[in-house]
Design a protein around this ligand. Structure first.
Ligand code: SF4
Length: 701
């Protein structure tokens, strides 16, 4: 490589594992090649199919290369000056004609900490807390439960300490074999090879099942439960542990000293389960009672047991309670605050953790400081020099419900709500009722098509900043120098809009490092980091002071709650809001594929990824297939009360009878045309994982 084309070290733009990769700049803008980064801190040079194909989107023919303004229903090319004028005029008009809360701001987990920090600052300067990001759709409930009961809305442990120290991996509603391939192959599988046991709790057998050969050995177990029965299943586990402790108080079923010294609420849990009927619950879950009891014993008797939790737990109207019950299990057995344990959400996108950390959420400022905490708000206001509204704003699904009503304007950075939100057909109808929408993105997404102004942004490989991975590691991304002539970095666009709407003093920064410097001042857990300190290794927050080295695991001495105690709280079964009936007798559940990523904006444009699974499909159990007369490979219509999609049936016993399983990645045939937009009351996450469905057959095989 010549001096100009020295490869730059950056981070894979896809999942939350945070693998380091290198990119090499060719002669022309967009000409960017992938190179491995041999001693990258997380992955040591290994990558999965997505990481290897990530550069394929950089020079894609569909890239947006000019600003666009819609006139008479059609886009025309515009100058940046025209586009900025239009954005500023419209955002000012909406604020004056209505109120600041009439505009919503969508940040993105595909963009960096600095960009999301500046977007949420822009929203708050505008006068609204209506700012959110797609964590709402994946782990809002997990973040809520972990923050409230333990202190921080993040993985309690880290991939490295789990590999070294965990004896049991309890994986519930997560599928690292598919979604976090390098975490699975490099860390978790290594631990299993060295003797760790895997308990998988999932309605669907998947790549995690096959990667650990869970179904083929006596050591591991797959508890294949009915969708939406996670609370009763965990209650059987907890009750089994409590009953055995009564019979054998010295056998170590629970950790009495830990419960006494470090937790509160144990009595509430015992009371909740006093009349709980394990046999009835096991039947409800569709799993033999003795299998659940055996799994309970393996977890309770492990030296160190770690829980992994995913969207199978979080994406329910009882998502907060689902995760609370995992916390209950970990707390009563003392499986927190030491290596190889914890409750560990596996985060989906490369910066979903960081987007939350920097405050792109309606209820928190940077560092999860509550907007309605006067003291916290005032300390941030002091740094920013303006007042922040003291009431939480609307979440992204709540904003979407208000399009055309109280919400008239929308600022979208790198998100695609028309495909990612549940009940997508209604989102498409409502988004057209907005008075003004601006979208900044690298492609003309399904959402951008409804925008009034579309701004061409640069890709992940072309800009610098920081991202925070699933185990809280803040790492630097570095961009190549040449970019398409008329595209701009998201940060540059936000700086310009903010400076024009408000002032240069508040929104003009020399570069991304200067933005990070301001972020540190208002985000206590990032205060001890600088770009120099992050270097190539990164740091796992919390990092409160310069010189702190960060933490591989949290809560060694106390929890980050007001009184330092971990909160136990008994919870009871809450069925999904829509259950099967005569008209829609099947239960639909959804999940992702390794080769695809969210709404497919990037992955469907990547030839390597797209050819693995070019079209959507539905998994149907053989007994259901026989009942409906469906042959493997036949096109079927999948219907719910909200819409229908035509997909190919895959007949497989990986799914339980009575359930069907499909994915959200393919816009026209997305699972979200069918999903239900009911929300968990506290975390406001939608119930993607359970909707009543019917199959219509009648198309030729
Ligand atoms: Fe990228 Fe995740 Fe694959 Fe690593 S495991 S290469 S971060 S998609």
């Amino acid at each position: 490589a010549t001096e100009e084309s020295e490869p730059v070290k950056t981070i894979c733009p896809y999942c939350g594992v945070g693998c380091g990769i290198q990119v090499n700049q060719g002669e022309e803008p967009g000409d960017v090649q992938f190179m491995p980064w041999g001693d990258a801190p997380v992955n040591e040079g290994r990558i999965c199919i997505k990481g290897g194909a990530a550069t394929e989107v950089v020079d894609h023919e569909d890239r947006l290369t000019e600003p666009l303004i819609k006139e008479n229903g059609e886009f025309r090319e515009a100058t940046w000056e025209e586009a900025y004028d239009r954005i500023v005029d419209e955002l000012e008009r909406i604020r004056e004609e209505y109120e600041p809360d009439a505009t919503g701001f969508f940040g993105s987990s595909k963009t960096m900490n600095e960009e999301n920090y500046l977007l949420q600052k822009l929203a708050r300067r505008y006068g609204t807390n209506n700012v959110d990001n797609c964590t709402r759709m994946c782990h809002a409930s997990t973040v809520w439960a972990l923050r409230t009961s333990l202190g921080a809305g993040a993985m309690t442990n880290s991939m490295a300490d789990l590999e070294e120290s965990a004896d049991v991996f309890w994986i519930q509603g997560a599928n690292p074999g598919e979604q976090h391939p390098i975490a699975n192959s490099q860390y978790f599988r290594q631990a299993v090879l060295e003797g760790a046991t895997v308990i998988q709790v999932d309605p669907h057998a998947n790549k995690t099942t096959s990667s650990f050969q869970i179904d083929e050995t006596d050591r591991h177990q797959h508890l294949q439960l009915e969708p939406g029965t996670d609370i009763p299943l965990l209650n059987v586990v907890i009750k089994t542990i409590l009953e055995n402790h009564e019979e054998e108080p010295d056998a170590g079923w629970i950790d009495e000293a830990f419960i006494e010294e470090r937790t509160e609420g144990f009595d509430h849990l015992k009371e909740t389960l006093a009349d709980f009927d394990k046999e009835e619950a096991a039947e409800q879950c569709g799993v033999p009672l003795e299998d659940i009891e055996m799994a309970a014993e393996k977890y309770a008797m492990a030296n160190n047991a770690a829980i992994f939790t995913g969207m199978g737990m979080s994406q329910h109207t009882c998502g907060v309670d689902n995760v609370q019950n995992e916390i209950n299990l970990a707390l009563i057995t003392g499986n927190l605050g030491k290596p190889g344990t914890g409750v560990n959400p596996l985060r989906g996108q490369n910066n979903v953790q960081g987007t939350c950390d920097v405050g792109a959420m309606p209820n928190v400022l940077p560092g999860y400081q509550l907007v309605d905490d006067d003291e916290a708000r005032r300390s941030v206001e002091e740094e920013w020099g303006f007042e922040v509204p003291d009431e939480p704003g609307l979440t992204n699904v709540e904003l979407s419900h208000e399009f055309g009503n109280s919400v008239k304007g929308l600022y979208v950075m790198g998100e695609n709500p028309v495909v990612s939100e549940p009940d997508a057909n209604r989102v498409i109808e409502r988004i057209q009722d907005l008075e003004f929408m601006v979208a900044q993105d690298i492609f003309m997404t399904e959402t951008a098509q409804y925008a009034d102004v579309v701004l061409p942004a640069t890709t992940w490989a072309e800009r610098g900043g920081t991202v925070t991975n699933t185990d809280r590691r803040v790492q630097r991304m570095r961009g190549v120098e040449k970019v398409h002539e008329n595209t701009k970095h998201d940060l540059e666009i936000l700086m310009e809009v903010g400076s024009r709407l408000f002032s240069e003093e508040e929104f003009r920064f020399e570069d991304e490092e200067a933005v990070f410097e301001e972020l540190r001042q208002v985000c206590p857990s990032y205060y001890g980091m600088t770009y120099d300190i992050l270097g190539e290794e990164g740091i796992q927050w919390p990092c409160y002071e310069l010189g702190d080295e960060g933490d591989r695991f949290l809560y060694e001495d106390s929890f980050d709650t007001d009184n330092g105690l971990g909160r136990i709280e008994g919870v009871t079964h809450q069925p999904p809001k829509e259950t099967p009936d005569e008209e829609y007798p099947l239960i639909l559940t959804t999940a992702r594929l390794e080769e695809h990523y969210n709404t497919g904006t990037m992955s469907r444009r990547s030839p390597t990824l797209n050819r693995q699974t070019p079209e959507n499909f539905v998994d149907v159990h053989p007994d259901d297939a026989e009942r409906y007369g469906i042959e493997d490979g036949q096109d079927v219509v999948l219907k719910s009360r909200r819409g229908e999609i035509t997909v190919e049936a895959q007949v497989t016993d990986a799914i339980k009878e009575g359930s069907v399983w499909t994915t959200p990645h393919f816009a026209a045939a997305s699972a979200n045309r069918l999903t239900n937009d009911v929300l968990d009351e506290r975390a406001k996450i939608p119930e993607y994982k359970a909707a009543a469905t019917e199959i219509e057959v009648g198309l030729e095989p």
